[in-house]
Write a protein that binds this ligand. Structure first.
Ligand code: FAD
Length: 472
């Protein structure tokens, strides 16, 4: 059985002596319409003849959000993205709060999901959207649309968006307190919009000198390698986009499905998510990566009646980080999004956390540099990590524990689905997912839930023991 002990969240208690103490006034919260002005008194060197220059590597949700915030805060911002029409392998589900917090226009959201079916190993289906209010939904986006939108908005705010492949970075010998030595980025400038993997990023080799770097280049981050950030455990996720007949598509109009069971994944879940004119069918696993195609086949098989007659139009796979990297910050370089390792266990959610961490890191740079007028130092960027860990550590831990308890065997998964029928569980789960806030519960309902959970788990364990006896 998996251990429930909580591991230390990497980076939470790690501090360096590089932190400085300066007084700054509290900035107004960022809005996508206002500029971010900081008035402060700080003693790090002034940047002369120009403003602070920051490179953001990677133009996914983390990079787009970071670049927009930096540019609005008066930073000379360069965003390097290797593939402007990148179609990131992704289910594309986003929480409602992201639409508001990032001012997303409704026309970039393909579907508004209000019904979610959780389907057990024995195919018991429970509807878990019953407590949603009329205005509440899970957004379904195509990543090529969302990412391009966020990048364009960064460009409109003043960021210089470059179509290039980042290759490596020369880290100055001393990037510590008081240093203003530049980081030198090496990249190849692309002529065409499409990145050609075969040529490995042909185009003119260029260099760029910057004062600080935000690594938003995803799970295989080269920025992370450049600063020796260390590795993380990862899941491999596989997804097929399937165009199904329009009458079948009607079923998925505003409905998504999650399948659990050893057949679809030993440690994750399989999904069918609706897109504009097709469905995305996928699964993931950490422990059985070599079996991913078999697991994908089983997911498709479970949904077979509903996707019958469908045609696979795209096949995609990508790593999903399991936990933050051992190191997310070094000198004037910080990692955000998947590069840092911010995907939640259990749900595999990372889009909102990527955009949010990108924005939070950029805010720390804007504040620390007093709108680009002064050099930043590691202590300024560390403020982002401290705020991040304080805000989201409980969310990550709760989902980690849930995954360990409920995704470990088929009987536990049956118990999990049974629990999902409870309206209180649904409300707590959806409120936490949609608004990214730990929702305070009602003590009486909490007690009832605890009793029900224990009941479900006891039944699950009894069932498991019986099954083990049979297999002996
Ligand atoms: C199959 C699958 C399904 C998923 N489903 C969901 C879901 O439904 N909901 C959810 O919230 N999360 C989901 N996730 C997780 C989510 O996709 C990620 O957490 C999210 O994309 C992280 O955003 P990011 O900006 O950090 O990185 P990415 O989205 O990976 O963006 C990185 C960007 O950097 C660019 N880049 C990389 N290297 C370089 C380089 N050397 N030079 C220049 N540019 C570079 C890439 O082209 C890319 O545009 C899923 C993941 C997978 C694999």
């Amino acid at each position: 059985m998996s251990s429930l002990a909580l591991k230390t969240f990497a980076g939470l208690s790690h501090r360096t002596t590089a932190e400085t103490h300066h007084t700054i006034s509290h900035p107004k919260p960022i809005s996508t319409h206002k500029r971010f002005i900081v008035r402060a008194g700080k003693f790090s060197p002034k940047v002369t003849g120009r403003n602070l220059r920051v490179a953001v590597v990677g133009g996914g949700p983390a990079g787009g959000a970071a670049a927009e915030t930096l540019a609005k805060g008066g930073i000379e911002t360069v965003l390097i993205e290797r593939k402007m029409d990148n179609c990131k392998p992704c289910g594309g589900a986003i929480p409602l709060c992201m639409v508001g917090e990032f001012d997303l226009p409704l026309d970039i959201i393909d579907r508004r999901v209000t019904k979610m079916k959780m389907i057990s190993p024995s195919n018991v289906a429970v509807d878990i959207g019953q407590t949603l209010k009329p205005h509440e939904y899970i957004g379904m986006v195509r990543r090529e649309v969302l990412d391009a939108y966020l990048r364009d908005r960064a460009a409109a705010a003043g960021a210089n968006v470059i179509n290039g492949l980042f290759l490596k970075m020369d880290v100055p010998k001393s990037a510590g307190l008081g240093s203003d030595a530049p980081y030198v980025l090496h990249y190849t400038g692309q002529v065409a919009l499409l990145y050609d993997a075969k040529t490995g990023g042909a185009g003119e080799r260029r260099t760029l000198e910057v004062d600080a770097v935000i690594g938003a280049d995803g799970a295989n981050s080269r920025v992370a390698k450049s600063i020796g950030a260390g590795d993380y455990e990862y899941a491999i996720a596989f997804q097929e986009r399937i165009k199904i007949p329009s009458e079948k598509m009607e079923y998925y109009e505003n409905l998504a499905e999650m399948y659990v069971g050893d057949d679809v994944s030993p440690d994750f879940y399989g999904w069918v998510f609706p897109k504009s004119d097709h469905v995305a069918v996928g699964t993931g696993t950490v422990t059985h990566k070599g079996d991913i195609k078999k697991l994908q086949f089983a997911t498709r098989h479970r949904a077979r009646d509903k996707i019958l007659g469908g045609k696979i139009i795209r096949v995609e796979a990508h790593p999903i980080p399991e936990h933050p990297r051992p190191r997310r910050l070094s000198g004037r370089v910080a990692l955000v999004g998947d590069a840092a390792g911010y995907v939640t266990k259990c749900s595999g959610e990372g889009i909102y956390f990527a955009a949010k961490s990108g924005r939070m890191c950029a805010e720390a740079i804007v504040e620390g540099s007093e709108n680009g007028k002064r050099m930043v130092e590691e202590g300024d960027l560390r403020k982002y990590l401290e705020k991040w860990d304080k805000t989201y550590w409980p969310t990550y831990k709760v989902l980690d524990v849930l995954q360990k308890v409920f995704y470990r065997s088929n009987p536990a998964r049956e118990a999990f689905v049974e629990m999902c029928a409870d309206k209180y569980v649904q409300k707590m789960t959806f409120d936490s997912y949609l608004y990214k806030k730990v929702v305070p519960g009602n003590p009486l309902d909490d007690l009832k839930l605890a009793v029900n959970t224990i009941g479900s788990l006891v039944r699950a364990n009894a069932l498991r023991r019986e099954m083990e006896k049979i297999s002996v």
